[in-house]
Structure formats: structure tokens, C-alpha cells
Design a protein around this ligand. Structure first.
Ligand SMILES: [Zn+2]
Length: 405
């Protein structure tokens, strides 16, 4: 339930565009090692949760099969009871007939007793009485039998009602189990998606560690110093010509949803080139399978300050972790439908976009790729996000096109 609420709120936050996912400050290489360990722990947790969900799915399937069998048994029970009632009714009819015949005989015999006494004498009459007694007993026995059979019918009717109720209850139970199974299936799908993201993020962090190690960074070195982030003096627009479709900032009056970035649509459409907003060094490339699509992060050192730019929903990423990029370099292309058809053939776009656009963000400090679960650093990234308009001149939202960088 908690997870569902989290997902719903995430969807509300993200469904029209993308809010950058969790980032963690990385001051030394050791910080990145820690991040790597945390991601590996996340992967373990994910595997455990997947296993747990899978066994819950199997258990639910068994429960459903058991319920179906019980429903079948109840239905068979109803059929058996109905057959018994039918057979009893036939027997009752037969008995009725037998009784009527006996009564007839009894009445006829009684009515003609004087005649018989007269006609056949005492000896025959005794026999006759004896016969009458037997007839009476038989009649009594039949009455009892009839009562007994009627009671059996009542019992069978009651049994039928109970079995029908049982069948109804079992069907409700089975329906609930089917919902549960569906829910578990969704959970497993989400966990599987998340595991793909975790693996991509572990790779991204490992690539960054390798890149810093290759640059000669030691465990406790300040990476912004040892990585010698290229300098620049300002940020530029990441797209040559385009328009703004969604501003940085609150998306409703109460500020419950906040857009940590600016959405840009390039005039050239999908596949248009995306440029590095400033000279820098590539910090992470995340071929995400879920929200955000392909994500690229670049570290910058501008006027003695550290920044990270984020580029999301990319169709292609032309650079790799550790690469030095210049502000005139194409780092990737604008994604959208094609990105989506690759990863999300059914929905069109990745889960957090409704159309092809670049979600562009600038944050203070140097950040790593986003851990997928736990969201421990989400607030940190949000707290350090800055409205890109503070650095770059863009036209108003839906207010026309710019040309040039
Ligand atoms: Zn956006």
C-alpha cells in the first residue's frame, strides 16, 4: 500500500515530464565507493523482494487452484443433493401408491368383514383379522417411511442451500485471490524494471570510479580537483533552436508537484542534436529502462563553482563517463517516441513523458547517477537544483522559439 502511494505520488510528479531522480553528493572517490556499495545492497534487496514476490505469486496460484477445486466439490455436492431429492420424490410417489392400495384393501376388507365372517367361518375370520393387523402395521410402517423420506428431502434441501452459500463464498475468495495475483504481478514487474535500473546505475557508478582512478584520483582526493573538471565561464542553451514547453517550478498552486528542470522541444523534432551546456566532464550515462529514458549527467566548473547538468529522455548518448566535453559538442540526441518504442513498445514514451522533449536541469555541486531505490538523496538533488533561467536566457513558456545558443 505504501509502495502504491509512493508510485501514485511519483506518477503525479512525473507523468507530464521528468523530475530528476536522486543524486548524491560526491566529494571524494571514497564517497563514490560508498554509493557503489549502497547500490549493490539495493540490488540484493531487490533480488530478495523479487524472490519473495515470486513465492507469494506461487502461493496465491495454489490457493486459487484449491478454491477452484472446492468450488467444483460444492457444485458436485449440490448436484448430488438434487439427485437424491429427485430419487426420494420418486420413492415417495411409489410409497404413496402402495399406501393408497393398502388403504383400499383395508377399507374394502373392513366393509365386507361381516360377509366374510358369514361366508368363511371363524377360522377364516381369524386369519382375516390377522391379515388386517398386518395390513395396519404395514400402513404404519409406510407412514413412518414417508415421514423419514420427507425429512431426508428437507435435509438435502438444507444441504443444497449450505453448499450454494459455500460456492458463493469460495467464488468471492477466488476473486480476491485473483486481484491479489494481479497486484503481485504488477509488483514483480516494477521490481524487475527497478532491477534493470539498478544494474544500469551500478555500471554508471563503476564506470565513474574507473574514470577517476584512471585520472589518478586517490580514495580521499577531492574529485573536482583530481579530475580536473574543464573550466567554463557560462552556460548555454543545450538546443540550437526550440521552445520551452514547461518551466522550472511548482506545477500546482500549493506547490505539491514541483518541476526540477525545464522542458525544451527542439525545432528539429526527435533526433535533434543536444549540446553540452558548458565545458565539462561526463559524470554518468544511464540507459534507464523506466522513468526518464536515457539520462546524461555532466560535471562543470564555472567561475570557480561546481555544477552538474542533467539531460533526460535522450534518444542517443554520444559520450561516455569520464569524457571531457566542450560547450560546442553534441552529447546526444533528443528522444521521445523511438526511445520509447525500444523500451516501452506499448506506451509510446517512457513512463514519465507524454511527448518528445529534453528535460534539462542544473544543480549546484557535483552529483552521481541516481540510485533507484530508497530515494535517500532525492531531497539533496532537489535542494540543490537551480532554475536554469538563472543562467540561460529562454523565451517564456509556450512563448515562441529561440534560435542560436
Ligand atoms: Zn521535465
Amino acid at each position: 500500500m505504501k509502495r502504491k502511494l509512493l508510485l501514485i505520488s511519483l506518477c503525479l510528479l512525473l507523468c507530464f515530464s521528468l523530475i530528476p531522480l536522486n543524486h548524491v553528493s560526491a566529494k571524494t572517490l571514497n564517497d563514490i565507493y560508498k554509493e557503489q556499495s549502497k547500490l549493490k545492497q539495493d540490488r540484493e534487496d531487490n533480488i530478495n523482494r523479487k524472490n519473495k514476490t515470486s513465492s507469494e505469486i506461487n502461493k496465491t496460484k495454489t490457493d486459487i487452484t484449491r478454491s477452484s477445486n472446492e468450488i467444483e466439490q460444492a457444485q458436485l455436492g449440490v448436484i448430488t443433493a438434487e439427485k437424491e431429492i429427485e430419487a426420494l420424490n420418486i420413492k415417495i410417489k411409489e410409497k404413496d401408491l402402495e399406501i393408497k392400495e393398502l388403504i383400499n384393501f383395508y377399507q374394502v376388507s373392513e366393509g365386507e368383514s361381516e360377509y366374510l365372517e358369514y361366508a368363511f367361518g371363524a377360522r377364516d375370520f381369524t386369519d382375516f383379522i390377522y391379515r388386517l393387523a398386518i395390513v395396519e402395521q404395514l400402513s404404519k410402517y409406510n407412514d413412518e417411511k414417508l415421514k423419514e423420506m420427507n425429512n431426508m428431502i428437507i435435509q438435502n434441501e438444507q444441504k443444497k442451500v449450505a453448499l450454494r452459500q459455500k460456492e458463493k463464498d469460495l467464488k468471492i475468495k477466488r476473486e480476491a485471490l485473483a486481484y491479489q495475483l494481479k497486484d503481485l504481478g504488477t509488483q514483480l514487474k516494477e521490481l524487475s524494471d527497478a532491477s534493470l535500473d539498478i544494474n544500469a546505475e551500478i555500471k554508471a557508478v563503476s564506470d565513474l570510479i574507473k574514470a577517476y582512478e584512471a585520472m589518478g584520483c586517490k580514495k580521499d582526493d577531492d574529485i573536482s580537483v583530481c579530475a580536473r573538471t574543464p573550466l567554463d565561464t557560462r552556460f548555454r542553451r543545450p538546443i540550437t533552436a526550440g521552445r520551452v514547453t514547461s518551466n522550472y517550478g511548482p506545477r500546482d498552486l500549493l506547490g505539491r508537484t514541483y518541476h526540477y528542470g525545464i522542458d525544451l522541444v527542439a525545432s528539429g523534432g526527435e533526433g535533434s542534436p543536444i549540446y553540452a551546456a558548458a565545458n565539462g566532464r561526463v559524470a554518468a550515462t544511464l540507459p534507464r529502462q523506466s522513468c526518464g529514458g536515457n539520462m546524461l549527467f555532466i560535471h562543470h566548473y564555472i567561475n570557480n563553482k561546481h555544477y552538474t547538468t542533467g539531460y533526460f529522455h535522450l534518444l542517443t548518448m554520444n559520450v561516455k563517463v569520464g569524457d571531457i566535453v566542450t560547450n560546442s559538442q553534441v552529447i546526444g540526441t533528443k528522444g521521445g517516441y523511438s526511445t520509447a518504442t525500444r523500451y516501452f513498445p506499448k506506451t509510446g514514451y517512457d513512463r514519465c513523458t507524454t511527448g518528445a522533449h529534453l528535460h534539462f536541469s542544473i544543480a549546484a555541486g557535483h552529483y552521481l547517477g541516481p540510485p533507484p531505490s530508497g530515494f535517500s538523496g532525492w531531497g539533496y538533488w532537489e535542494a540543490n537544483n537551480i532554475n536554469p533561467r538563472h543562467f540561460i536566457n529562454f523565451p517564456a513558456e509556450s512563448g515562441g522559439y529561440w534560435s542560436g545558443r
